[in-house]
Design a protein around this ligand. Structure first.
Ligand SMILES: NC(=O)c1ccc[n+]([C@@H]2O[C@H](COP(=O)([O-])OP(=O)(O)OC[C@H]3O[C@@H](n4cnc5c(N)ncnc54)[C@H](O)[C@@H]3O)[C@@H](O)[C@H]2O)c1
Length: 436
């Protein structure tokens, strides 16, 4: 469980904005390296590549709230819109004590890439508050969410930038955000956020969508490398919305989920964990800690567990040079955003381990968010079967196109996804031209 915002220095050719620390660039440095890798494949569009190396807009806000004990507390909040060439900004809101501007910038850029990779008509954005929400009461959390929404209200909106849940935010957070924005606007604007409760214009299937997407993409990748997913051994880091649902779907298909790690510790069972029982335990206890039907293993042993599929579904920079040589899996499916450092990516590549990158592997969430947004605009709601069917079709087609590009250029799936996505973004940029 390494520090999610450990430093990464950007390569010297990048002119960093003055608001980032050049000695400790953070996740934005990783993103810049990924852009460097794709640039040679962009052909004439590479003349626009600088567009990708800076966010269009970054808003930093102070979020003051009154605590239950009567004192005031101030929190740092962000909303970054990386690129809106292909449509309004779209991306989650994260509440975490380690959130930084660099991290939100990188996450917003990965949203631009992800949305373009699956061809959704969105740009990329992300938001966050530097807070440990576990230290706040429900009332404090609501005040924090509402004040933050009000502060970023000047740049979000159903046709401008549409937030959604991310780490430590959920349907309730979205309901408060939607209400606050609507109160300020004077009319109910369901389309301002996605990931809402069903009763407020949310979409069926949204809660499960990211995990379902992880599972779908894993199925496609497994087919390409001749792996039988029904007998696969799976290890999952992070047992929240993404990791928990993905684990459930793997277990349902017959796969053995042998190890799970979350912020509370790491558990292991050679014969496969009882995933429904573990989900029930986590829903009640808040973590895998204390689950009796498994053995506890040291956190660092998680990475060397014998498995076929490893799913990082927690935070950034978890697979590093420190553990990439220990990984036993045949494929890594990135449920989390940015879980693998570029150096670790190279090690996995050299070792013949297939990495299915975040920008396609976890795109299921934003795909159903797109469906939610469309349904809100038309006030016409689809069935869950319809939603899951469309989701699976979009992800399969996107994955097939990316696999083809990887094959054609003999590059990793990450670079291939960036080639597809960045070409789409820069083509839109070129067609629109530079204003004024
Ligand atoms: N929720 C979505 O729809 C969605 C969509 C795309 C990508 N993602 C990404 O997936 C990841 C997980 O998001 P989520 O929505 O499941 O969040 P979540 O809050 O529901 O779950 C996060 C999980 O990570 C675990 N975790 C936290 N710190 C950890 C640590 N240091 N070591 C090990 N485990 C740790 C938590 O215990 C929890 O199980 C994030 O990177 C997020 O950006 C989420």
């Amino acid at each position: 469980m390494s520090n999610p915002v450990a430093g990464h220095t950007a390569t010297s050719q990048h002119a960093l904005p003055s608001y980032l620390n050049a000695d400790h660039v953070g996740p934005w440095g990783i993103y810049l390296q990924q852009v460097d890798r794709v640039t040679p494949y962009l052909g004439k569009l590479s003349r626009w590549v600088e567009t990708l190396k800076r966010p269009k807009r970054a808003l930093i806000v102070d979020v003051p709230i009154e605590l239950d004990n009567g004192t005031m507390a101030h929190f740092e909040g962000y909303r970054v819109q990386h690129n809106t060439s292909r449509g309004p900004g779209k991306g989650g809101v994260r509440f975490h004590q380690d959130v930084t501007l660099s991290e939100v910038m990188a996450l917003s850029a990965w949203m631009s890439v992800k949305n373009a990779a699956v061809n959704l008509p969105f740009g990329g954005a992300k938001g966050g508050i530097r807070v440990d929400p576990k230290t706040l009461s429900r009332g404090e959390l609501e005040r924090l969410t509402r004040r933050y929404t009000s502060e970023i209200g000047i740049i979000i909106g159903p046709t401008k930038d549409i937030p959604a849940p991310d780490v430590n935010t959920n349907e309730q957070t979205m309901a408060w955000m939607m209400d606050t924005y609507s109160m300020n606007e004077g009319s109910t604007a369901t389309g301002v956020v996605t990931g809402k409760p069903i009763a407020l214009g949310g979409s069926l299937g949204r809660r499960e969508a990211t995990g379902r997407g992880v599972f779908t993409v894993a199925q496609e990748a497994a087919q390409h490398i001749g792996m039988d997913i029904q007998t696969a051994r799976v290890a999952v880091q992070g047992f929240g919305n993404v990791g928990g649902i993905a684990a459930k779907l793997f277990a349902q298909t017959g796969a053995l989920v042998v190890a799970v790690q979350d912020h509370g510790g790491t558990i292991y069972k050679e014969a496969g964990l009882d995933v429904p029982a573990l989900l029930a335990h986590v829903a009640q206890a808040g973590s895998v800690k204390g689950f009796e039907l498994a053995e506890v293993i040291p956190d660092e042993q998680f990475w060397s567990v014998r498995c076929d599929i490893l799913i990082p579904a927690a935070l950034e920079q978890q697979i590093t040079t420190a553990n990439a040589y220990q990984i036993q899996a045949r494929m890594v499916i990135e449920g989390a955003n940015g879980p693998t450092t570029p150096e670790a990516d190279d090690i996995l590549h050299e070792r013949g381990i297939l990495v299915v990158p975040d920008v396609i592997a976890n795109a299921g969430g934003v795909t159903v968010s797109y469906f939610e947004w469309v349904q809100d605009f038309s006030s016409f709601f689809w069935s869950e079967d319809d939603i899951n069917g469309r989701l699976v079709r979009i992800l399969r087609e996107a994955f097939a196109a990316i696999w083809h590009v990887a094959d054609e250029h003999q590059v990793s799936l990450r670079t291939a996804t960036f080639i597809v996505a960045c070409s789409r973004i820069l083509q839109a940029r070129e067609l629109r031209g530079l204003y004024p």
